[in-house]
Design a protein around this ligand. Structure first.
Ligand SMILES: NC(=O)C1=CN([C@@H]2O[C@H](COP(=O)(O)OP(=O)(O)OC[C@H]3O[C@@H](n4cnc5c(N)ncnc54)[C@H](OP(=O)(O)O)[C@@H]3O)[C@@H](O)[C@H]2O)C=CC1
Ligand SMILES: O=C1O[C@H](COP(=O)(O)O)[C@@H](O)[C@H](O)[C@H]1O
Length: 492
């Protein structure tokens, strides 16, 4: 039975793309499932001079994909939405917002719980937090929580400054830094897989694991986000946050208990032992790419809004090393990029081969023992597969790899909550396990900053990969040097 949550939400950036595409549909799902019932109100703010009715109409459109039988429910849901025109940079506007929050709090008997969601350009984040405090919107009655979108800074220095601005108003445990990958079912499953299975956790170390490979592959290009993306690039956009969050979950020690505080301690410890490269190590262990023109699409430099001489990377691959007892000597290879062969996310954990292959003679050379690989399929399909060696059926004795696998069935897959639905629910419940703590963000930036600084001064020689490929050749060479190859390869 779903537990009802009570809150007045204030959405800054309520007319924006994220709010319309992801946030309102996710709130509606929570409403349909009973996590939000009667005692909640949602205030939208932006500079546009809209009425409540106009805003309700926008919200209704954003959830219009719903089934016919949910139409009544949708109109009840939409009646909880209110709108106030508000310029976040104008302190004088906060008093009217406070008045509306207080009024709705009483009207819906919310108990003083205030959840502020910053769905706007990040340069406003600090200022909004400061204004919320100075203009008296932080009250003592219920809780005050701040949900904050990415990106959290553009390097360690700016992230630290932003964090100082936020923490002058909110305590760390009131700040929910969104990383939507942490809301994905199979990313959350990493902990269950590791700490719920002796067979896996007992082998989860450098005695048995040879290397770990993480791929976040996108088929689309930069689309209409050039103004943001060109100042970011794949390193900041995907590696600093999503990939390092995944890495920390794969690498961390077992938490004392499955609580947000205990999980965070272990993730931070893992990130602290990630080796921060010197510039020359970074040059040897990281490669970048930018997509060229394909049969149908433009090259990145010809995309609308991208400068013709842009050196922004649309692809990154790298080798990460940990200096700790569990992982010493095990490379974590990562890669992500736009306009690659397909849209998918997967993690391949490659185990060491048996020290001696007793079947080597008289097997054919192509039937040699292969490494066991545990693949975690994150998207589009979700499941696990373990590749093991087995005897080929028939006369003689040869081995062949077979898969032991589990995939979520299609009906269940449809019921899986969207990341934003799950994360909004967690923020309402006060559970920050699946949000990035400041220390995690800080260590991630320190790691990424060295690579970024190096790339900012070196000429990359772009473009260097074709759409539909898996990135530049240098990405394959990164593993070949270590006598390895990406487990996921294109079937050419
Ligand atoms: N869109 C996406 O898919 C994703 C977005 N994000 C993050 O979410 C956040 C929002 O992104 P997105 O929705 O795309 O942004 P948009 O540019 O679509 O929306 C920005 C919003 O901010 C409002 N706004 C701008 N200036 C002011 C101001 N001075 N005072 C009050 N409101 C203002 C705009 O309304 P108005 O101009 O009318 O004031 C609008 O509602 C960003 O941090 C982004 O990085 C993260 C992941 C994915
Ligand atoms: O945060 C971001 O993620 C998306 C990819 O997310 P996914 O859930 O579709 O895998 C990426 O396209 C975008 O550039 C980035 O900002």
């Amino acid at each position: 039975m779903a537990k009802e949550n009570t809150a007045v939400f204030t959405f800054f950036g309520a007319s924006g793309d994220l709010a319309k595409r992801k946030l309102y549909p996710s709130l509606f799902k929570l409403y349909q499932k009973g996590y939000l019932k009667d005692r909640f109100a949602i205030i939208g703010t932006s500079r546009a001079e809209w009425t409540d009715e106009q805003f309700e109409q926008i919200v209704a459109e954003s959830i219009s994909g719903i089934k016919e039988e949910a139409k009544d429910q949708a109109s009840e849901f939409v009646s909880h939405f209110y709108y106030i025109a508000h310029d976040v940079t104008d302190k004088a506007h906060y008093a009217a917002l406070d008045e509306l929050i207080t009024k709705l709090d009483e009207q819906y008997n919310v108990g003083g719980n205030r959840l502020f969601y910053l769905s706007m350009a990040p340069n406003f984040f600090g200022q909004i937090a400061l204004n919320l405090k100075s203009e008296g919107l932080i009250t003592e009655e219920g809780y005050n929580r701040l949900v904050i979108e990415k990106p959290f800074g553009r390097d360690y220095k700016s992230a630290k400054q932003l964090n100082e601005e936020l923490t002058s108003t909110f305590e760390e445990d009131q700040i929910y830094r969104i990383d939507h990958y942490l809301g994905k079912e199979m990313i959350q499953n990493i902990e269950a897989l590791r700490f719920g299975n002796t067979i896996i956790e007992s082998m989860w170390n450098n005695r048995y694991i040879d290397n770990v490979q993480i791929t976040l592959s996108e088929k689309l290009g930069v689309e209409d986000r050039a103004s943001y993306y060109d100042t970011s690039g794949a390193l900041r956009d995907m590696v600093q946050n999503h990939i390092l969050q995944i890495v920390s979950q794969l690498a961390m020690e077992q938490p004392v208990a499955f609580t947000d505080a205990d999980v965070r301690v272990e993730k931070v410890k893992a990130l602290r032992s990630l080796r921060v490269y010197t510039p020359s190590e970074a040059a040897g262990n990281f490669v970048r790419g930018q997509y060229d023109a394909g049969d149908t699409g433009n090259q990145y430099r010809e995309e609308s809004g991208v400068p013709a001489d842009s050196n922004t990377e649309t692809f990154v691959a790298g080798k990460l090393l940990f200096d700790n007892y569990r992982w010493s000597g095990v490379p974590f290879y990562i890669r992500t990029g736009k306009k690659l062969a397909d849209k998918f996310t997967r993690i391949d954990v490659v185990f060491k081969k048996p020290l001696i292959d007793i079947f080597a003679f008289p097997q054919k050379s192509d039937a040699a023992l292969q490494a066991n690989v545990l693949t975690i399929y994150v998207e589009p399909k979700s499941g696990f597969a373990l590749k093991v060696n087995a005897k080929s059926t028939g006369q003689g004795f040869e081995t062949e790899p077979v898969n032991l696998d589990f995939f979520q069935d299609a009906d269940k897959e449809k019921e899986v909550p969207e990341p934003y639905e799950r994360l909004l629910h967690d923020a309402l419940e006060g559970n920050s396990t699946n949000f990035a703590s400041w220390s995690e963000v800080a260590y991630a930036w320190k790691f990424v900053d060295v690579i970024r600084k190096l790339w900012d001064i070196e000429d990359p020689n772009f473009p260097n990969y074709l759409p539909g490929s898996m990135g530049p050749v240098a990405s394959d060479e990164l593993l070949q040097r270590d006598h390895w190859a990406w487990v996921y390869k294109l079937n050419k």
